[in-house]
Ligand binder design. Sequence first.
Ligand SMILES: NC(=O)c1ccc[n+]([C@@H]2O[C@H](COP(=O)([O-])OP(=O)(O)OC[C@H]3O[C@@H](n4cnc5c(N)ncnc54)[C@H](OP(=O)(O)O)[C@@H]3O)[C@@H](O)[C@H]2O)c1
Length: 240
Amino acid sequence: MLENAVLVTGANRRIGHHLAMRLHEEGYSIIAHYRTATAEIQTLSDRGISIVQADFVDSVAILQFCQALQDRCSSFRAIIHNASSFEATSSDLTVAAMQYQQFFNIHMLAPFLINEALRPLMQGQGDDPADIIHITDINVENPTPNFDIYGTTKAGLHNMMLVLAKKYAPQIKVNAVAPGPVLFTKQHSKTIRQQMLAETPLAKEGGAEPIYLAVESLLNNPFITGASIPVDGGRRLSKR
Ligand SMILES: NC(=O)c1ccc[n+]([C@@H]2O[C@H](COP(=O)([O-])OP(=O)(O)OC[C@H]3O[C@@H](n4cnc5c(N)ncnc54)[C@H](OP(=O)(O)O)[C@@H]3O)[C@@H](O)[C@H]2O)c1
């Protein structure tokens, strides 16, 4: 059984993979969640990191995932909710309804059920509380109209952070890290990338490491809860 585990969801690529790798390098006992098998998740497994597959498609699948975690880990030091789906809202309402259900399941239902299921197993170090960190988005404060389903479900994840910070205190701190333009996706055209960088005071794509640094600072600070750290190069100040 793994003790003092740190769960990272969506660790099979990009930011989640970087978080799992860097936290492992710092000596944390990682349990890495993935949906799709990738070369990156194989890299984590090759390093001796426990990996667990799950598609957060509905409550049954999410609760099965919670059971798998309880079967493998006797205690948790932290949970990092990084898994996410990012897509513009469809103009076809049948498709938009499916997107709403899917984004709700990933951004809200899965974090809620995982937090509640693992809460009894969460342990900090010494007198210090354990940690839950929600990876949200600067869209939570200043949403983008054609990504409204994505933004509203991420805002739910932000609000859940606030309420659980009250509900789980003093045993568990609950905070958020809100990325801005950290790693572009293929959905960001050249024009959109230029516009996003023009709106970013620090004028660059930040990369995954600044997200890790924000996560690490929360794990190491025993007196912050109910807070959101923007990691966005300042874009929230000037985003249209
Ligand atoms: N990249 C940025 O600049 C940026 C900006 C703002 C906010 N963020 C936030 O930062 C976090 C990481 O960003 P990213 O760009 O690395 O994300 P990403 O590339 O979109 O990866 C998302 C992860 O979530 C998993 N996932 C998607 N649907 C799932 C489902 N139904 N069940 C279980 N897992 C599922 C994906 O698995 P699959 O590989 O199987 O799809 C993947 O591992 C996300 O929370 C994102 O919203 C990122």
